[in-house]
Design a protein around this ligand. Structure first.
Ligand code: NAD
Length: 492
């Protein structure tokens, strides 16, 4: 029974009690009947059973996607026709954004207002690739009088999509949108912590008129369903988002098949605040950068480097502002940090909070917030004076925990910024335009925001360097990834 401290908990109406796979246009159980428990992060009680896919289920899903690719209409439709279906998908997602956000927030612990933003972003991902595929130009190169050469982009076949539990619905859309836009067919393996919102795709796609077999979904654990998808010889590419260690394993497992891979992996992104920065803006943005989405964000600015002359002032104001961040039940519109996704992840984050107390100086948070005796709640936690060799400076915590470290010179800031195995994002705060650009060019990060919040432009490359990823998606790069680019040469 939920204890009395859960009185403020919200359970959405009409929650399913089981989730199945979706293969060849039908909802089905696992071939062996296996299931796994799904918990909600406020009560940590099991609220549904999801089908636990294994190799046999992946085999069926890939066979369905292959049939839809070789015999079905989808890859042969005009881009404009596919685009219409994708726009209908976006319309449906938009029209259900409140329900999607309610379910996502319940399943993942994300604050409801932020889950709503992610649902709308999912619609935007579909709309963006619906437009892009119609605008796609084929490259042509002419050697006057001798030869005409052009690029024929062909959908790749069955794309294997493996996604994490943070902002699950949106991140699934980031792969589904471009894969479907190209005419590929897909098998999606969503994260096992958060299968609820993914279970809605099938109904949305059916309603939008996506032909049968184009979209297939197999739930299950990474080492079972995910592994079988990676090792299936009929799946020529895998788009993966998740931890760097998992990415390495998938890389190795896909190697014998020479599969195409796109890897969007972990991060420990620095925010660098120079003394000449607009400190008010920098503090607001760096608070948002690590505490929004519960800190469960790949591009979180989880290390803040501050120039020494403003360090004490920054630290004092930052700690005060972090203490004002509202922790609350995920469904409450006032909540800014909700509940972490799962008790296992909560234990991991809390172990870093304890470690941080030995590695740095705690100035805000440091444990469970008052008034929340159960559930995966962590107070926004700030450690300062953190040495660069500390584990809380080096390792991805993936929760509302930030490490702040001082620096003196530009060179020192750069060395500190680059001093991790990761290279996903960086944020630079300075009023010196030249310094901002030079720093951006030198920092080892796939994406840099200068005097800016983390706002994406879907046309730009998304991806990391070093242990943060392999390859880039975004804009035409996503179209290129889900297609074979065949060169055709004609003698004139
Ligand atoms: P994870 O690596 O544990 O799991 C991700 C997915 O991989 C899940 O669906 C899981 O079931 C599957 N998986 C696990 N083992 C597998 C295997 N052996 N073979 C095939 N599939 C397997 O990651 P997570 O904990 O779900 O997500 C959090 C991580 O994702 C963080 O490191 C975060 O930084 C990263 N992330 C990166 C980006 C990005 O764009 N760079 C975006 C979001 C999250």
């Amino acid at each position: 029974m939920p204890d009395s401290s859960l009185a403020g908990r919200h359970v959405p109406a009409d929650l399913p009690t089981r989730i199945q796979h979706y293969i060849d246009g039908a909802f089905v159980d696992s071939a062996d009947g296996g299931t796994f428990d799904v918990l909600d992060p406020v009560s940590n009680e099991t609220y549904l059973q999801a089908a636990a896919g294994k190799k046999a289920d992946i085999d069926l899903a890939v066979a369905s996607a292959r049939r839809a690719f070789t015999d079905g209409p989808w890859p042969r439709m005009l881009p404009r026709e596919r685009s219409r279906v994708l726009h209908r998908i976006a319309d449906i997602v938009e029209s259900r954004d409140a329900r999607l956000a309610e379910l996502e927030s319940f399943d993942s612990g994300l604050p409801i207002t932020q889950a709503l933003g992610q649902a709308r972003r999912a619609a935007e991902n579909f709309r963006f690739f619906a437009d892009l595929i119609v605008a796609q130009a084929d490259d042509a190169y002419q050697v006057p009088g001798r030869q005409l050469n052009y690029v024929n982009r062909k959908p790749i076949g069955v794309a294997g999509l493996i996604t994490p539990w943070n902002t699950p619905f949106m991140l699934e859309s980031w792969k589904l949108g471009p894969a479907l836009a190209t005419g590929s067919t897909v098998v999606l393996k969503p994260a096992e912590f958060t299968p609820l919102s993914a279970s809605l795709w099938a109904g949305i796609f059916e309603e939008a008129g996506l032909p049968r077999g184009v979209f297939n979904l197999v739930n299950g654990l990474g080492e079972d369903a995910g592994d079988a998808l990676v090792k299936h010889p009929g799946v020529p590419l895998i788009s993966f988002t998740g931890e760097s260690a998992t990415g390495g394993l998938i890389f190795a497992n896909a190697a014998p098949f020479l599969k195409g891979l796109s890897m969007e992996l972990g991060g420990k992104s620095p925010a660098i605040v120079f003394a000449d920065a607009d400190l008010d803006a920098a503090i607001d943005a760096t608070i948002f950068g690590v505490f929004s989405l519960n800190g469960e964000r790949c591009t979180a600015g989880s290390r803040i480097l501050v120039q020494r002359s403003v360090y004490d002032d920054f630290v004092e104001r930052y700690a005060a502002q972090a203490s004002r961040v509202v922790v609350g039940y995920p469904h409450d519109p006032a909540t800014e940090v909700g509940a972490l996704v799962h008790p296992e992840h909560y234990a991991k984050v809390m172990s870093y909070v304890e470690l941080g107390k030995t590695e740095g100086r705690l100035v805000a948070g440091g444990g469970r917030p008052e008034g929340f005796e159960t559930g995966n709640f962590v107070a926004p936690t700030v450690f300062v004076d953190v040495p660069p060799d500390a584990r809380i400076f080096q390792e991805e915590i993936f929760g509302p925990v930030v490490a702040i470290t001082p620096f003196d010179t530009d060179d020192e800031a750069l060395a500190l910024a680059n001093n991790t195995k990761y290279g996903l994002a960086a944020y630079v705060w300075t009023s010196d335009l030249k310094r901002a650009h030079n720093f951006a060019h030198a920092v080892e990060a796939g994406m840099v925001w200068l005097n800016s919040n983390n706002v994406r432009d879907l046309r730009t490359p998304f991806g990391g360097v070093k242990a943060s990823g392999l390859g880039h998606e975004g804009g035409y790069r996503s179209i290129d990834f889900y297609t074979d680019q065949q060169a055709v040469h004609i003698t004139l």
